[in-house]
Design a protein around this ligand. Structure first.
Ligand code: E4P
Length: 214
């Protein structure tokens, strides 16, 4: 299972890389807005820093505009993946970009049939948003589970990025259902390694060791 980091913050990306937990990066307009810097410069630095795939999202809503933006973004680096929203216009753009050899990540997926349509259009990745579904009392992970089954049934190579992750249990469940990738915010990435019993156990070992020495 691959771990992507869901951030546009270069310090978080570098720290995640030091932990060995960054196989790729996903950004979106909201994450870029939080940085309060020139978005183009931020994206270029991320593309230079990370060897793996980096998702960059288009802003246009019409297919032609999406494709034009996507070509410019794709030229920023070989590892650029273009995030396209799951709309009728978006799916048209995915078909065109796939034919041109540009990698795409279809975003804002909230039901398995949307993922199937994106895969049929040739998407490299699909991003089901599980946290936002959980927020409105729908089981987000169910759509990931169903999407895994559909892709397996028909041998699609499109990879599933579990997105909108809010906590370590989301990552655990993504692994249990067999998702290819989880894109994880930095705070959750750090939480993955922690357990209070680990801290208590270590403290006791060190205290007992001090006892021997004393
Ligand atoms: C990643 O591709 C998504 O843009 C991101 O995970 C959305 O997360 P949010 O629902 O916390 O904004």
């Amino acid at each position: 299972m691959k771990f992507f980091i869901d951030t546009a913050n270069i310090d978080e990306i570098k720290k995640g890389m030091e932990m060995g937990l960054v196989d790729g990066v996903t950004t979106n307009p909201s994450l870029l807005a939080k940085e309060k810097k020139d978005p183009q410069a931020v994206l270029q630095e991320i593309l230079r820093t990370v060897p793996g795939p980096v998702s960059l999202e288009v802003i246009s809503t019409a297919s032609d505009g999406m494709c034009e933006e996507a070509r410019k973004l794709a030229s920023l680096g070989d590892n650029a993946v273009i995030k396209i929203p799951m709309t009728e216009e978006g799916i048209k753009a995915v078909r065109t970009l796939t034919n041109e050899g540009i990698k795409t990540n279809v975003t804002l997926i909230f039901q398995p049939i949307q993922a199937l349509i994106a895969a049929k259009a040739g998407a490299t990745y699909v991003s089901p948003f599980i946290g936002r579904l959980d927020d409105i009392s729908q089981r987000g992970m169910d759509i990931v589970d169903d999407t895994c089954r559909i892709f397996f049934n028909y041998g699609f190579e499109t990879e599933i990025i579990v997105a909108s992750i809010r906590n370590p249990v989301h990552v655990l469940d993504a692994a249990l259902v067999g998702a290819d990738i989880a894109t994880i915010p930095f705070n959750v990435l750090k939480q993955l390694m922690n357990h209070p019993l680990t801290d208590i156990g270590l403290e006791r070992f060190l205290k007992d060791w001090q006892g021997i020495k004393g």
